[in-house]
Write a protein that binds this ligand. Structure first.
Ligand code: M6R
Length: 366
């Protein structure tokens, strides 16, 4: 049932190229220059009239929501807020019929996310679900939705659910961008064609596995670990840290790289591995200067870089390459080595990778 892999988590990491393909099957029609998502199409008027989108989720799904915030705002120019479902439900949020709430949940059973949906519905908001489990409670409770079609995710640490959630949300943002006219048709087509290459590029990113394992061997006994990223990759830093925490029990924190100097830089010394997502896009130069600051304090640097990068290579102790793509699609690639790193460290430390202590696959109590 693990398909020859030692753990479900590894199987699910390796399933990502085909899972992402399944997510856009029949939806991404690049020859016709179209995206078809029935749940969005049927409710287009509501989406176009919305003042803002509020995303509610927990854990890894919340991280996917944060990536979506950057993508929706950048491509479709719709204001987005991302909330922990557990906070949203108890803080008397301002919410009206002009709001659209997107609930993201792999299992479709998370208690806090479900309660947030019920609250939003009671205030008259239109609620859209992004779930993986077909027929789950959240899928049924929402007004409309789009499934991720990632297939069953058994490992408690979420992997393919995360990348397929980002894929669905990217399709939504692109469809809305086109409908709103915030993107030219040539830009739109360019994004569709590039999105179609992602499964192949994830496959390529997975080839770093053997090298990532050697990096895992070096840092497996660390007590702490810092993950940094900016822009679209800030949420990936949070997700990388969560993966390491939950399966290897090593304390890890994710930060937007520029926030380092507002506190966490005090932690950096020769015992602190710092994983920096430094793809050659967006804020590359700024991230390189963050890397210089870490190096000056003797921190150990593991850079996640674009294939062929030279600047980070000169500074970092290790670099892990991912293929080049559009900036907004980089999270789908930069996530891969971070999943593999936490996996290998957990295996080396002989932890229960698929069923970490104190955790359940779906959190049905608050
Ligand atoms: O099923 P959901 O997506 O609603 O679950 C949300 C979180 O409980 C989940 O993502 C959790 O954080 C994972 N164990 C992370 O790997």
């Amino acid at each position: 049932e693990k398909g020859g892999y030692d753990h479900f988590m590894l199987k699910e990491i390796y399933e990502q190229p085909s899972a992402i393909l399944d997510t856009f099957r029949g939806r991404l029609l690049s020859n016709e220059g179209m995206i078809k998502l029935a749940g969005v199409e049927d409710n287009m008027k509501k989406f176009l009239a919305a003042d803002r989108i509020i995303i509610v989720a927990c854990g890894t799904s919340w991280h996917a929501g944060l990536v979506a915030e950057y993508i929706f705002e950048d491509l479709a120019r719709i204001p987005v807020e991302v909330e922990y479902a557990s906070e949203f439900r108890y803080r008397n949020p301002v919410i009206t019929e002009k709001d659209i709430v997107i609930a993201i949940s792999q299992s479709g059973e998370t208690a806090d996310t479900l309660a947030a949906i019920k609250l939003a519905k009671s205030k008259g908001a239109f609620v859209f679900g992004v779930c993986n489990v077909v027929g789950s409670t959240i899928a049924r409770e929402t007004d409309a939705g789009a499934y991720t079609h990632a297939g069953p995710e058994i490992g408690v640490a979420s992997t393919k659910a995360f990348t397929t959630q980002i894929t669905v949300l990217t399709l939504m943002a692109l469809r809305l961008a086109r409908a709103k006219g915030t993107m030219s048709s040539s830009e739109f087509r360019h994004h569709l064609i590039e999105l179609e290459t992602i499964p192949g590029k994830v496959e390529e990113a997975l080839k770093s596995d053997a090298y990532v394992k050697t990096v895992a061997e070096i840092y497996k006994d660390s007590k702490n670990c810092l993950y940094l990223g900016r822009g679209f990759n800030f949420p990936v830093a949070l997700e990388g840290a969560l993966k390491l925490k939950e399966i290897s029990y090593i304390h890890a924190e994710g930060y937007p790289a520029a926030e380092m100097k507002h506190g966490p830089i005090a932690l950096i010394d020769e015992h602190m591995p710092v994983i920096v997502i430094a793809t050659k896009m967006g804020h590359y130069d700024k991230v390189v200067s963050n890397i210089q600051e870490i190096k000056a304090r003797k921190g150990k640097i593991i850079g996640i870089v674009t294939k062929g990068d030279t600047s980070v290579k000169e500074l970092a102790d290790h670099v892990i390459e991912v293929p080049e793509t559009l900036e907004c699609l980089t999270p789908l690639l930069t996530t891969i080595p971070l999943q593999l790193l936490s996996y290998h460290i957990a295996v080396m430390l002989e932890k229960n990778v698929d069923q970490p202590r104190n955790l359940a696959k779906s959190v049905t109590v608050e």
